[in-house]
Design a protein around this ligand. Structure first.
Ligand code: ATP
Ligand code: LTN
Length: 334
């Protein structure tokens, strides 16, 4: 608890350009939760280097992601928006938690298996212990709730296991976090292969809608989206492509699949695809405008970055000192 409010933590990696999946599955929920909780939203640049990055590009993307958090509607005076690499406690706690995590547990992580297969030439130890750094992020702020897309639930489970194990040995040190998965948009699929999630690292540009795509590009990508041959707008397992488009439409317009089926009853795929595209354009337009505006204001962004890093450092140090004391590290002499 901070000032009688429960704590929320979440983060995104600064790899690639954000997609509609990132927005509907994560960012949009973050904004809706930000009044109720004391929130920490990190740009997890330390996680990003588990895959090789170009330094200039990484720096640019991290700043762009931080700007997007604000453009999406998170008020940086109320929410702590900061770079993970600016707060030393993440790496320090991650090391400690590494010593409370089993190889067998990490071996079961599906994200590790996927990424290892994708980057077979660079299966580094950081990629393997990625979930431990994520556990450190969350536990460092004693987070009660962690909004994520469904793909991250396994990482939340291991975080809870590590925290419970630690608490079992040393007493109630960590708050046990609960995942929060939004009702719609939890898993947006690729527009070119609806069996795969929409991902910012997809090589096929037509598979993902990027938050910065212009209206024509968005409409074109939806027109080309892979669907099936049933030719009716129905929400079912057998029509994964259409189901995904319905999910997107629902998340953009705050409606339910039944409503969409009714609205498009008797209409073809063409009309429906166009309507989905237009809904996405109208959701993204204001976000893009705010982003452009904010990007020009260097002094403002710099002041946010500095203030919030100090705030995050303050709260994370409280937990870190407690943990260090519990495990028996020598006291600091002041
Ligand atoms: P990468 O392709 O680099 O692995 P990603 O697009 O999967 O990236 P992450 O940085 O791993 O994105 O995820 C950021 C947040 O967005 C997480 O909370 C994740 O659950 C959510 N998210 C990512 N992709 C989707 C998706 N397709 N649908 C819903 N939520 C998603
Ligand atoms: N692993 C997450 C990003 C992430 C995160 C976190 C999410 C890193 N640390 C802490 C929530 C809480 C991902 O790939 N989306």
């Amino acid at each position: 608890m901070i000032d009688d409010k429960k704590v929320l933590f979440s983060g995104m990696q600064s790899t690639g350009n954000l997609t509609l999946g990132n927005y509907l599955g994560a960012l949009k929920n973050w904004v809706s939760l930000s009044d109720e909780y004391e929130c920490f939203y990190s740009v997890v640049d330390m996680h990003s280097i588990t895959v090789r990055q170009d330094p200039a590009e990484l720096r640019k993307r991290a700043r762009s992601l931080l700007t997007l958090y604000i453009a999406a509607g998170l008020d940086p005076k109320k929410n702590c928006i900061y770079y993970q690499s600016h707060v030393s406690g993440h790496a320090e706690l991650a090391w400690i938690l590494n010593c409370f995590t089993y190889m067998g547990e990490l071996n079961r992580m599906t994200q590790f298996k996927d990424k290892a297969a994708k980057h077979a030439d660079n299966i580094n130890a950081g990629l393997f212990t990625y979930p431990v750094l994520m556990a450190a992020d969350i536990l460092l702020y004693q987070a009660d709730v962690v909004p994520v897309g469904k793909d991250q639930l396994q990482h939340l489970e291991i975080t809870r296991d590590i925290a419970q194990r630690f608490n079992g040995i040393y007493g109630d040190v960590f708050t046990i976090p609960e995942p929060y998965v939004g009702k719609s948009g939890a898993r947006i699929m690729s527009l070119q292969d609806p069996s795969k999630k929409m991902s910012k690292s997809d090589e096929n540009q037509n598979a993902s809608i990027y938050l910065m795509d212009d209206p024509d590009t968005i409409i074109r990508k939806f027109k080309r989206a892979v669907t099936d041959s049933e030719a009716c707008v129905r929400y079912c397992e057998e029509q994964p492509g259409i189901r995904n488009l319905i999910d997107i439409y629902c998340a953009c317009n705050d409606v339910k699949p039944e409503d969409v089926e009714k609205e498009f009853d008797g209409k073809g795929y063409g009309d429906f695809k166009m309507a989905v595209g237009e809904s996405v354009v109208s959701v993204l337009k204001p976000l893009q405008e705010r982003y452009e505006q904010l990007s020009k204001d260097k002094a403002y962004l710099d002041s946010i970055i500095k203030e919030n890093a100090e705030k995050a450092q303050y709260y994370s140090n409280k937990t870190l000192r407690k943990v260090q004391k519990k495990i028996g590290f020598p006291e600091r002499i002041r």
